[in-house]
Design a protein around this ligand. Structure first.
Ligand code: ATP
Ligand code: MG
Length: 519
């Protein structure tokens, strides 16, 4: 035993020997029923002499299939704060097989100091005595941590030390965790008893950051400010009575960096990402269940919200008469506004609105919800009104500021004589950052990231895009003109026909007059 244990028991002195003697007498000579009675009283008697108290934190608490949050926090805290003082440590690979986790080994004791008092921690496990098949993930072994402290520190330990350990442990877990990218499973496969959750995940490893994102510096700064303010506003949200969540709408043409921006946000905030595939969700109940199963400190994204084509398409086929007309009209909101007869099998717009800011949306807190779209104008205004989608961010075609970020990232170039021409061309041409980036990254051994070659290639590509756009514009104008001419021709033909009909009617009317005259 360690010196700490000797120190702890030193206070008991000679009281221990008679107790041991008494215990052996009880074991050997007293009948079992009476022994139980005596044991209870002996424990009470011992407690009078023993000035030390114990608190046990078990691995599995009331939530039988989930490891207790407190246990995990203690484990993290001890590994971080005290493990180095232990003589027996154990090292394991984390779940992602990258991080090495060093923690206190079983049956080992470590000490901790807090506000001038000493606390002894003891890690151990006990075997379940029951002769039953265990449903616990760890078989019938139950691990636990036990802390021992002098009873005069009871209040300090319970009111201050344990909350401190919980807070520190959670912070350490958060710092060391591998962030995850989740996607929703088809509801047919949900089965918590077989470990099939509503979400499945992979490690989130997207390298995008705000530094690598091509965007106007002021706009980028505004987004970063907004995110920081959100992260630090837990109390403020509580004070004004709002759920601690924020909605962003990212809109713009393809390849302008909407998905990249989400990855940069997740990396900046250190959040998990839940990528919600709406077409795999059968109804509003499933949608709610998915939301409940997300954790705090996460970004929930629905990409291309205007393109939930499959299931809206199906819906429109169901709604025969009116849908035939509507199906060609892409400007209509895609999600149904009114519940329908077979609503139990559909996600409706109201279900989605509830998902974003219904009562359920407040559980957990610290969530960001992001929609992306190429066509903001196609979305139902109710879906994107401020308060639901608090901030609308336009991701635009590449401008010179954005290009400079890409040139720095891809070519390590901050200044170049060709920049002037690139700037002039970009001001006159709509080219997405994705296309610009593609030209700055020629995957050929010969050109191997030579800035001159890349920039010349880029200038050619912008010129070509410009010419194509101009040609498309000319063609568009020609089509419009032809349409106009055709309309004019049709109007003239119609007018001619009407005049002819008028002429045909005139003699008849004249004849009528004559006839009348004869009368
Ligand atoms: N603003 C940007 N900054 C840096 N890289 C960008 C930017 N925009 C696009 N890219 C590059 O182009 C690729 C495609 O971008 P991304 O997927 O983010 O576009 P998107 O706007 O989400 O397109 P879509 O509307 O088709 O989903 C990215 O992998 C990234 O390398
Ligand atoms: Mg995208």
């Amino acid at each position: 035993m360690t010196a700490a244990v000797v120190e702890r028991w030193a206070g008991l002195g000679s009281a221990v020997a008679p107790l041991i003697f008494l215990w052996s007498v009880v074991q050997n000579y007293v009948p079992p029923t009476f022994r139980l009675y005596l044991t209870t009283w002996a424990a009470k008697l011992a407690a009078c002499f023993n000035p030390y108290l114990e608190i046990t934190i078990s691995e599995y608490g009331a939530e039988r299939f989930q490891r207790s949050d407190f246990f995990l926090a203690v484990e993290a805290y001890l590994s971080d704060a005290c493990a180095r003082r232990a003589r027996k440590l154990k090292a394991e690979l984390g779940k992602d097989s990258k991080n090495l986790r060093v923690s206190v080994d079983d049956h080992e004791e470590v000490t901790d100091d807090f506000s001038g008092i000493t606390i002894w921690w003891y890690a151990s496990k006990r075997q379940s005595k029951a002769n039953v098949i265990s449903l616990y993930p760890g078989g019938d072994e139950r691990r636990f941590y036990r802390l021992v402290f002098h009873r005069r520190h009871r209040e300090l330990v319970v009111d201050s030390y344990l909350p401190f350990v919980l807070g520190e442990g959670r912070a350490v877990t958060l710092k060391n965790r591998q962030r995850r990218l989740f996607t929703n499973n088809a509801s047919g496969s949900w089965n918590p008893y077989q470990g099939k959750s509503v979400w499945s995940h992979v490690p989130f490893e997207h390298p995008a950051t705000f530094d690598t994102l091509a965007m106007h510096p002021d706009e980028k700064e505004a987004v970063i400010d907004d995110l920081m303010a959100f992260q630090e506003s837990k109390e403020y949200y509580a004070k004004v009575g709002k759920a601690w969540k924020r909605g962003y709408l990212l809109y713009g043409p393809p390849g302008t960096g909407k998905s990249t921006m989400i990855a940069a946000m997740a990396n900046f905030l250190d959040y998990d990402v839940y990528d919600l595939e709406l077409t795999a969700v059968k109804n509003n109940t499933e949608l709610r269940k998915l939301f409940i199963e997300t954790t705090g400190k996460s970004i929930i994204i629905i990409e291309d919200i205007d393109c939930s084509v499959d299931f809206t398409g199906k819906r429109r086929k169901d709604k025969k008469a009116s849908s035939d007309k509507d199906s060609d009209n892409d400007d209509k909101p895609k999600l149904p506004i009114e519940p329908e007869k077979d609503d139990a099998t559909k996600v409706t717009l109201s279900g989605l609105l509830n998902f974003i800011d219904g009562l359920w949306s407040a559980c957990g807190g610290e969530r960001i919800i992001i929609f992306t779209t190429n066509h903001k104008e196609k979305l139902d205004p109710a879906l994107i009104r401020r308060g639901r989608m608090d901030k609308h961010i336009e991701m635009s075609y590449c401008h010179f500021e954005g290009f400079k970020v890409l040139a720095k990232n891809y070519l390590d170039v901050i200044e170049h004589e060709l920049f002037g021409e690139v700037q002039r061309l970009l001001e006159e041409t709509d080219m997405s950052p994705a296309d610009v980036a593609e030209n700055l990254m020629p995957m050929s051994k010969k050109k191997k990231r030579d800035p001159d070659v890349c920039l010349i290639g880029l200038i050619e590509a912008i010129k070509q895009t410009k010419e194509e756009a101009a040609a498309a514009k000319v063609k568009e104008a020609e089509v419009a003109q032809a349409k106009k001419a055709k309309e004019k021709e049709e109007t003239e033909v119609k007018k001619g026909k009407e005049e002819d009909q008028e002429k045909d009617k005139a003699p008849e009317a004249a004849n009528g007059d004559i006839k009348q005259g004869h009368k």
